[in-house]
Design a protein around this ligand. Structure first.
Ligand SMILES: Nc1ncnc2c1ncn2[C@@H]1O[C@H](COP(=O)(O)OP(=O)(O)OP(=O)(O)O)[C@@H](O)[C@H]1O
Ligand SMILES: [Mg+2]
Length: 240
C-alpha cells in the first residue's frame, strides 16, 4: 500500500476577483521508504503540492489518501495531529527559534506532544547525534553556520520519529559542500530508518540523489524520471 495516494488533486487560490490554478489534476502515489524529488520552474506548484502532501493545506478538489486514510476533508485539528505524529518538515530558511539553542529547538516538537523533560533531552541528543551536531547543542542559531542550522532543523524534524520528511528547497540557501552533507543525511535516514523523503529542489545535482524525480509544469505533472543509480552524497557528517 502506498504511503501517499493523490488522485486528481487540484488547488485553486482565490484572491479577490483573481483565481490562480496552482495544481491541476495531479495523480501521484508514493510508497513507504521512497526518496523523491520534485522539480519544476518557479510558480509551477511545487510548494503547493508539498504543502498538500504535508497536510499544511487542503486540495480544492480530488482525494488524498495518507496511509490508506482519507485526509482531504479533515478539519485543521485532525490535520495537525497527522503532521505532528507522522511528518517532519525542513524548509529552505531553517525556521529555527533564535532565542533557543540547538537542543532547545530540537526539543520543541516534543514539548508540544507533552513529553517529559528527561525524555526530551535524551531524544533531542540522539537526534542531534544523528546529524553530527551533539557537541554543538548549546549553540544558538546565530552561532552556527547555515549548513549546521539546517542540520539542527533536520534533527528537529527527526525527533518525533516521523514516517516521512518533507523538505522545501532544503539546500537552496546552502553552499555545495553543506548541500552534500544534507543529502548524505537524507540518504542515510532513508536507507537506515526507512523514512520516506520528498524534497523540492531547483538543482538537478541535488534532485538526482533521490530514486525518482517528478517534474511539474504549470501545476501539472509533466513527466517523471526513475533513477536506477541515484547520486551518492560525497560527504559524511563527520565533515564539519
Ligand atoms: N497563498 C497563495 N495565494 C495565491 N496564490 C498563490 C499562493 N501560493 C501560491 N500561489 C500561486 O500558485 C502558483 C504556484 O505556487 P508555488 O508556491 O506552489 O510554486 P513553486 O513551484 O513552489 O515556486 P518557487 O520555485 O518559486 O518556490 C503560483 O502562481 C503562485 O503565485
Ligand atoms: Mg516553492
Amino acid at each position: 500500500m502506498p504511503l501517499i495516494e493523490l488522485e486528481n488533486i487540484s488547488r485553486i487560490y482565490k484572491t479577490g476577483q483573481v483565481s490562480v490554478t496552482a495544481l491541476k489534476n495531479v495523480n501521484l502515489a508514493v510508497d513507504k521508504g521512497e526518496f523523491i524529488s520534485i522539480m519544476g520552474p518557479s510558480g509551477s506548484g511545487k510548494s503547493t503540492l508539498l504543502n498538500i502532501i504535508g497536510c499544511l493545506d487542503k486540495p480544492s478538489t480530488g482525494t488524498y489518501l495518507f496511509n490508506g486514510k482519507h485526509v482531504e476533508k479533515l478539519g485543521d485539528g485532525k490535520l495537525a495531529d497527522i503532521r505532528n505524529r507522522y511528518i517532519g518538515f525542513v524548509f529552505q530558511s531553517f525556521h529555527l527559534l533564535t532565542d533557543l539553542d540547538a537542543q532547545g529547538n530540537v526539543e520543541l516538537p516534543l514539548i508540544y506532544r507533552g513529553v517529559g523533560r528527561k525524555e526530551r533531552q535524551k531524544r533531542a541528543m540522539a537526534a542531534l547525534e544523528a546529524v553530527g551536531l551533539a557537541e554543538r547543542r548549546r549553540h544558538r542559531p546565530a552561532e552556527l553556520s547555515g549548513g549546521e542550522q539546517q542540520r539542527v532543523a533536520i534533527a528537529r524534524a527527526l525527533v518525533g520519529e516521523p514516517d516521512m520528511i518533507l523538505a522545501d528547497e532544503p539546500t537552496g540557501a546552502l553552499d555545495s559542500v553543506s548541500g552534500q552533507i544534507v543529502m548524505s543525511i537524507f540518504q542515510r535516514l532513508n536507507r537506515e530508518r526507512g523514512i520516506t523523503i520528498i524534497q523540492v529542489t531547483h538543482a538537478p545535482e541535488i534532485a538526482h540523489h533521490a530514486q525518482r524525480v517528478i517534474y511539474l509544469r504549470d501545476g501539472e505533472i509533466e513527466r517523471e524520471e526513475k533513477l536506477s543509480q541515484p547520486l551518492v552524497a560525497e560527504m559524511g557528517i563527520q565533515n564539519k
